[in-house]
Each structure stands twice: as structure tokens, then as C-alpha cells.
Design a protein around this ligand. Structure first.
Ligand code: XMP
Length: 512
């Protein structure tokens, strides 16, 4: 297998660093984000085919503005600076970045003056996305100005001899009409990258790495029913077959028929050694009388771990390796980490620090969409690969107040109708999550001339890219109507359906 070319995205604190890395990968070139504090020698030791400087919120003139060892400019590695990155290059290499008092925000018209590799086949005027306050008023010494806007004379520049380029705008965002074409021109045309990073190459590489890491040892993997753990398990199974044992803890708080689906996929579809622990009674007993959201989360997280450890200790060969479906954004984001604790997230991987396992994380370099593509390539069922995210504590955080077997059943039935109707309307993939919530109040209604006094279901459906922010989904009225009437007709104990039209922030996606 040939090594894929590597593009490093140096993060100067941008909102868009991950997006840059994703765009590069969509062009089939492998890309990783590195902090700007990484020594330049360390970056170069990775032998990158190109380096991209991200944007960032600072002014290059501010005290303590993030910068980088100037040795990078004479490394000979093709370099592209975006927004702040472009301003940094301009400042460091003899150009000028001024506070003109005329920043640009949003869609802006760009005029291409004299082509250059990145604009050669593109229209002379086009729309680009800007978000900056300082302005590049003079390009670096020796660089050619390729394009400008009304307020930014040096909106794109390049020094072909040195392989150093800058763009004041953001080619990585969708609003920049020809952004992808520009990035590809840089990657292929300037840096000579080869488009070899594909799902097949990802699988081959991970299979080789997993084999090298675990040798002939036994490995254990917790399955949650979600796409990440399923793809991680399928990859590890492809690499080491029977050395893998999967453990699926049925908490009784899963979606309707979910346990059967997981069992079917892994035991019957993949012939994986699967231990299905039926622990609904233990979870319900532990949650009895508990209605505080954080207490619920802690109880579930702890019990889950206890059961997982108990089961693992009984697996043949005493496994020392644990597979986790950690994704790239988890790794990138855990770099920061002084965010307020809004909710204690528990997922299958939430194991204690003193655990005995060594981790196997075959998805740690992948974004969610890449994980889905790999899952499809590995032959996982569509229902698993395209499943909407589901919280580790399951339906417990969608049942407000007390959790009883009856209330779990009500919610499972209502939720199944939501999923069915959203799928039938062809909306399941474009909606980030759509589900039912069961509040702890009752209201009066009338059904068949009888007074009813029963629970409502709250329908929650959001669009989002990453769950950090979300908007309520504009579901067509007729779909809402069908969901509402089916839930009320088919789910005993429900007499009303409401739709939650709160974005995140200020709401969160889940109700608890
Ligand atoms: P919130 O409710 O915080 O949710 O807006 C953001 C995303 O995270 C999911 N979520 C969880 N996932 N364990 C998980 O693995 C958890 O404890 C948990 N709580 C929320 C939620 O479904 C949404 O996708």
C-alpha cells in the first residue's frame, strides 16, 4: 500500500479548522489538524506534502497574537494561508496588514486580476465568504496579487517560486462559490498531492495498524447500537476475526427493536462472537424513584461500566485490548477543554481512568461522514450506518421524571412512529436527530366522547452539522400531522403531541 500524502492544517484558533481538514479529505488527500504550538521541526518530520494555516480570531497586531516559527517559510513545503493565516504570511514576509476600519463579513465579490495556479480556470468575478477585520493592503515581497475585493487589495496572493500562497477569504466554506476548486488546484496543481485517500485505503491502513497493535491477543468491544461502535467493531473484526468479542449491554432503555437489530447485524451478519447482556431489570431497579437528570446519567454510566467489566472478565483469554469508536473531532476538541459542564455525557467508552485495558481506536482519525462511508464499504446494514445519533443513557434522558417500564414502553412506541414517519417522508438523513420525549405532566383531552387525562409526547427534530449548535427542523405540516395522529391513535396513554421549536442554544438537543 502506498502511503497517502499528508496535509497539515495548522490551527490558529479558527472556527473552521476542522472544515478545512474535511475539505482536503474530500479531495481524497489525507489531512490532520495540528496546534500552532507544535515545533516546526516536528511538523516537517511528518513529511507533509503541504501545510495550510487556518484562520483565527486575533489580529496579527495584537499583543500575543498567535504566530509561528519563521523557519516554516524556508522549508520548501507548499504553504497556503487562509484569513488570519494569510495575514500572518503577509505580515511575516514583508507585506502589510492594516486596520483600515473596513472589515468584510459574509458574501463578498472577488475580482480575479491575474490568474495564478488557483484561479486559472475560474470566472473573473465570483462570490467568496469573508470574515475579517484587519485587511491585507500589500502582499508579501515578491508575491503576485491574484485577486482583490473592494476593500481588500490583496485578497489572494502567491509567490510561485517559494510555493507560498494566501487567501483572505474562506475557500473551505460552502458560500465561497469556487472554494473547492481553489483548494483542489492548490493540493493537486501546486503541491502535487495525489488523490489516494479513499474508503478502501482507510480500511486497508486501519486493518494493518490494528494487526500491528494487537498481534494475536484477545480484544473486546462494547457495542451501543450506534454507528461509531458498530463501524469500529466491523473494522476490528475484519482485521483480527475471532480474536474479537463484542459485548452489547441491553439497558432496556434502547429504541424499539434495537437490541434485535444489533444482534442480527453482528451475530448473524458478521458472525462476530457477541455477548448480549440483558440488563433491563438492573437498570430499572437502579433508576427507581430517580428523576434528577444528572443523577440518572451517573447511575446509568456507573452501572454500565460495572456490567461491562463483569462481562469482560469472563471472556476467554482475558482481553487486554478495548475497542472504542472515538472520532477525530473528539480528539481535536479534547485539546481545549475548559467548557462548562452542561451535561455529563456518558457513552460506551466512558470507562474509568484506572481501567486495565489498552485502547484500540480505529476511527480516531475520521470524521462522522467518513465513518459512515467506511461502514457502507464494510457492508454494514443501512439502518446501522445511517442511524441518527442516540445518547449513551438512552431513553432515560428523554423520559422526564420517573422511569418505569410502562413509561419506557410508551416512549419506545411513540419514538418508533416518529422514526417511521420521518423515514417515510424521506427526511431521516437530512435531519440530524428526530425523536419523541415523554414529559412528566398530564393534560385533559377528549377521545370518543370520553374525557382523557394523559401524557403528551413532545416531538423533537433538529438539523445540525455537529450537535454543538442545532436548529429545529422545518418539518412539513402534513408530516407533523401524520406523526401526531398516529401517536395519539396508536400509543395508549398519550392524548396530545407538541413540537419543540427551540434551537440550540438556548435549548439542548436532548431534554435532559
Ligand atoms: P445535547 O443534548 O447536549 O446533545 O445538545 C448533543 C448530542 O449529544 C448526544 N448526547 C449524548 N451522547 N452520551 C452520548 O453518547 C450522552 O450522555 C449524551 N447526551 C447527549 C445527543 O443525542 C446529541 O446528539
Amino acid at each position: 500500500m502506498t502511503e497517502a500524502d499528508l496535509v497539515l492544517v495548522v490551527d490558529f484558533g479558527a472556527q473552521y479548522s476542522q472544515l478545512i481538514a474535511r475539505r482536503v479529505r474530500e479531495a481524497h488527500v489525507y489531512s490532520e489538524i495540528v496546534p500552532r504550538s507544535m515545533p516546526v521541526a516536528e511538523m516537517l518530520a511528518r513529511n507533509p506534502a503541504a501545510i495550510i494555516f487556518s484562520g483565527g480570531p486575533a489580529s496579527v497586531h495584537a499583543d500575543g497574537a498567535p504566530d509561528i516559527d519563521n523557519a516554516i517559510y524556508s522549508s520548501g513545503v507548499p504553504l497556503l494561508g487562509l484569513c488570519y493565516g494569510a495575514q500572518l504570511i503577509a505580515r511575516d514576509l514583508g507585506g502589510e496588514v492594516a486596520k483600515t476600519g473596513r472589515g468584510e463579513y459574509g458574501r463578498t465579490e472577488l475580482t480575479v486580476n491575474q490568474g495564478g495556479a488557483m484561479f486559472r480556470d475560474l470566472p473573473a468575478t465570483q462570490s467568496v465568504w469573508m470574515s475579517h477585520f484587519d485587511t491585507i493592503t500589500r502582499a508579501p515581497e515578491g508575491a503576485t496579487v491574484y485577486a482583490s475585493t473592494q476593500d481588500t487589495p490583496g485578497a489572494a496572493f502567491g509567490d510561485e517560486a517559494r510555493g507560498i500562497y494566501g487567501m483572505q477569504f474562506h475557500p473551505e466554506v460552502g458560500h465561497t462559490e469556487h472554494g473547492n476548486a481553489m483548494l483542489k488546484a492548490f493540493l493537486y496543481g501546486v503541491a502535487g498531492c495525489r488523490p489516494t485517500w479513499t474508503n478502501v485505503s482507510i480500511i486497508d491502513q486501519q486493518v494493518a495498524e490494528i494487526r500491528a497493535q494487537v498481534g494475536d491477543a484477545r480484544v473486546i468491544c462494547g457495542l451501543s447500537g450506534g454507528v461509531d461502535s458498530a463501524v469500529a467493531a466491523a473494522l476490528v473484526h475484519k482485521a483480527i476475526g475471532d480474536q474479537l468479542t463484542c459485548v452489547f449491554v441491553d439497558t432496556g432503555l434502547l429504541r424499539k427493536n434495537e437490541a434485535e437489530q444489533v444482534e442480527d447485524t453482528f451475530r448473524r451478519g458478521f458472525h462476530v462472537d457477541l455477548i448480549h447482556v440483558k440488563a433491563a431489570d438492573r437498570f430499572l431497579a437502579a433508576l427507581e424513584g430517580v428523576d434528577d437528570p444528572e443523577t440518572k446519567r451517573k447511575i446509568i454510566g456507573e452501572l454500565f461500566i460495572r456490567i461491562f467489566e463483569e462481562t469482560a472478565s469472563e471472556v476467554e483469554g482475558d482481553p487486554q485490548f478495548l475497542v472504542q469508536g472515538t472520532l477525530y473531532p473528539d480528539i481535536v476538541e479534547s485539546g481545549g477543554g475548559d467548557n462548562a459542564n452542561i451535561k455529563s455525557h456518558h457513552n460506551v467508552g466512558g470507562l474509568p481512568d484506572d481501567m486495565k485495558f489498552e485502547l484500540v481506536e480505529p476511527l480516531r482519525h475520521l470524521f462522522k461522514d467518513e465513518v459512515r462511508a467506511v461502514g457502507e464499504e464494510l457492508g454494514l446494514a443501512e439502518e446501522i450506518v445511517w442511524r441518527q445519533p442516540f445518547p449513551g443513557p438512552g431513553l432515560a434522558v428523554r423520559i422526564i421524571g420517573a422511569i418505569t417500564p410502562e413509561r419506557v414502553a410508551i416512549l419506545q412506541n411513540a419514538d418508533a412512529i416518529v422514526v417511521e414517519e420521518i423515514k417515510r417522508a424521506g427526511l431521516y438523513r437530512e435531519i440530524w436527530q428526530s425523536f419523541a420525549v415523554l414529559p412528566a405532566i398530564k393534560s385533559v383531552g377528549v377521545m370518543g366522547d370520553e374525557r382523557t387525562y394523559a401524557y403528551p409526547i413532545v416531538l423533537r427534530a433538529v438539523t445540525s452539522d455537529d450537535a454543538m449548535t442545532a436548529d429545529w427542523a422545518r418539518i412539513p405540516y402534513d408530516v407533523l400531522e401524520r406523526i401526531s395522529s398516529r401517536i395519539i391513535n396508536e400509543v395508549p396513554g398519550i392524548n396530545r403531541v407538541a413540537y419543540d421549536i427551540t434551537s440550540k442554544p438556548p435549548g439542548t438537543i436532548e431534554w435532559e
